[in-house]
Ligand binder design. Structure first.
Ligand SMILES: [Zn+2]
Length: 249
């Protein structure tokens, strides 16, 4: 779905910037140990299988932001996971979270379309054993005032794709995250992990497919394995729901 790109115009950039000022939900974070979350968007089958396995072998669990409407379809990141994949993730103790049903661009869609699409995904996720998800990621990372207001009341956290760290007072309705994507993905993640350790912050990482030859939005299993090993040593690794609870949400 990432072949479509969100509004990259000046107007789109300004909209995302101004939305940071409104409908804020400041979280409260005072950590003895930095936190880190591994998250997967959309979710390609390789993430649900190889990605989940890498985390499980390291004794960790992740957050999978699923669009049920994409299930079993083919996309630029390979085939998307099935409803069975989602059920297995739930059974293995991962968090299955919401990313709209159809990968709807919440920066562009109107409120009723967003609500209907999120409702539809909620019904599908409940059927897969993940009723009442508390975590949401904006497709394309794109956000509007209307989306932020509506979704902020439904979920504990709303995640973007804007790089940064979560610290005391960060806005839970527009959380930053760092992509493990492309040739520089692993190095970028390591850079932000160092910053997070230094500041005792919460770092949210995200990726898409997890394959030996990943798409431009994914990473390979070896990189994820190295990051998982490092994360286990230096961080408390949490799902988004666990992180939200630690942050008083
Ligand atoms: Zn997405």
């Amino acid at each position: 779905m990432e072949a479509y790109t969100a509004d990259r115009s000046i107007r789109g950039k300004l909209r995302r910037r101004y939305t940071r000022l409104a409908f804020r939900k400041p979280l409260s974070l005072s950590l003895d140990r930095p936190m880190l979350t591994f998250s997967f968007d959309d979710v390609p089958a390789t993430a649900a299988l190889a990605g989940a396995r890498v985390l499980e072998e390291a004794g960790l669990r992740g957050t999978f932001y699923i669009c049920a409407g994409l299930e079993d379809g083919e996309g630029p990141m390979g085939r998307y996971g099935s409803s069975e994949d989602a059920r297995r993730l739930v059974a293995a103790g991962h968090e299955v979270a919401c990313h709209t049903f159809s990968h709807l661009d919440c920066g562009q869609a109107d409120l009723s379309a967003i609500a209907a699409d999120v409702d539809r995904n909620g019904v599908a996720l409940a059927e897969r054993g993940a009723a009442d998800p508390v975590s949401f990621a904006y497709p394309y990372g794109d956000v509007s005032f209307a989306a932020k207001r509506a979704l902020g009341g439904r979920f504990k956290t709303l995640r973007t794709v804007q790089a940064g760290l979560v610290t005391d007072g960060s806005d839970a309705n527009q959380l930053p995250a760092v992509g493990i994507e492309g040739d520089e993905g692993e190095a970028r993640a390591l850079h932000w992990m160092e910053q997070a350790v230094r500041r005792k912050a919460w770092l949210i990482l995200y990726t898409h497919d997890v394959a030996e030859t990943p798409s431009a939005w994914g990473c390979n299993p070896g990189a994820l394995e190295r990051l998982a090993r490092q994360a286990r040593e230096a961080f408390e690794v949490v799902t988004m729901a666990q992180g939200a609870a630690k942050a008083g949400l």
